[in-house]
Design a protein around this ligand. Structure first.
Ligand SMILES: Cc1ncc(C[n+]2csc(CCOP(=O)(O)OP(=O)(O)O)c2C)c(N)n1
Length: 317
């Protein structure tokens, strides 16, 4: 749990810089496979993870780097994993969508939309049985909220009072489909009442608002009062994946959302409300950019996994 505003800012910057640099690698044809960028959604991951401890567990989705970094995944092994290298956090076997580090409560990403939600419920059930007050978080998009796994998990989590925080990052588009074309009413949080649990709509571009809402949900879960659904209203700045021509939305809409940049917004809070000097903020920004640049060099220079290890860590062959 972080209460240090500069630590919060550092992690927002870390995600922002990683995403920008990875997009650059992709443009230079140095990135294997797809990139599902988290640019624009940084405050969701950081705000939620600020309310957690190392023993709490998270389950991510296909847009997971923000979640990994916010929960504390080490930068170099994370970056190497993205490039499929042997030094990656999963030895290069997970790649862009499936990094994990259970030692700090990151149970992994998931390429199956909605697939991570019941896994998080399982982690919450196990935390409940352990009785040590840990909680689990499911991160998913609004597209996943129309999947059966969402409905089934909401029901069982409420019935069993699981210490589960359901975090829906509503970024308005599932691949190329506008969310408004797929639902009868646009507020996912309202569905919570039908299952018998609290639901809250939060400005997902305001890291402090996200942290406060997550803090309330975590406190409820730790107290044995059961799950909460948080709907974080946000926007993905890029396409569904890098290279997506984004024909399904306007550049004007994108500019409007970019004006509510979650990183710039928190920077303004730090300088205007908390009196943190410009020079300190600029120093931190430079430091983070340097760390990311070093991590990219590390990842690029790392070896690919050796062919003879192809079957290691395979449960059944
Ligand atoms: C079960 C399943 N259906 C469809 C897909 C293809 N798919 C990948 S991402 C995606 C959109 C998911 O949207 P959302 O859950 O809102 O997350 P976002 O990409 O907006 O972060 C789809 C349909 C998939 N991977 N798995």
């Amino acid at each position: 749990m972080s209460q240090d505003p500069l630590d919060t800012y550092r992690r927002l910057l870390l995600i922002r810089e990683c995403e920008a640099q990875l997009n650059d690698l992709f443009a230079k044809n140095l990135f294997p496979g797809y990139i599902h960028s988290y640019l624009g959604q940084e405050a969701c991951a950081v705000g939620v993870c600020d309310a957690l401890t190392d023993t709490d567990q998270i389950v991510s989705n296909h847009r997971g780097r923000g979640h990994y970094l916010a929960k504390g995944m080490a930068l170099k092994p994370m970056m190497a994993e993205m490039l499929g290298k042997a030094t990656g956090v999963c030895g290069g076997r997970g790649g862009e969508m499936h990094a994990a580090d259970p030692s700090i409560g990151i149970l992994g990403g998931n390429g199956i939309v909605g697939g991570g939600i019941p896994i998080a419920a399982g982690a919450a059930l196990s935390a409940q049985m352990d009785g040590k007050g840990a909680v689990a978080v499911a991160f998913f998009g609004e597209g996943a909220s129309n999947n059966g796994s969402f409905a089934e998990t909401m029901n069982v989590a409420a019935a069993w009072k699981l210490p589960l925080i359901m975090v829906c990052e509503n970024n308005l588009y599932a691949e190329m489909t506008p969310f408004k074309d797929t639902v009868g009413q646009p507020d996912i949080a309202l569905r919570a009442a039908g299952y018998g649990l609290p639901g809250e709509i939060v400005d997902g571009n305001d890291v402090l608002a996200v942290r406060e809402a997550a803090g309330r949900a975590v406190a409820r879960a730790r107290a044995g009062e059961g799950p909460t659904l948080l709907e974080l209203k946000t926007y993905r700045w890029g396409g569904h994946f890098e290279g997506d021509p984004r024909k399904y939305r306007t550049r004007e809409e994108e500019a409007e959302w970019k004006a509510h940049c979650p990183v710039a917004r928190f920077r303004k809070v730090l300088s205007d409300d908390r009196g943190i000097a410009e020079v300190r903020l600029a120093e931190l920004e430079k430091e983070v950019a340097g760390e990311v640049a070093d991590a990219i060099v590390f990842a690029l220079e790392s070896p690919l996994p050796e062919a003879r290890t192809a079957l290691s860590k395979v449960f059944a062959a």
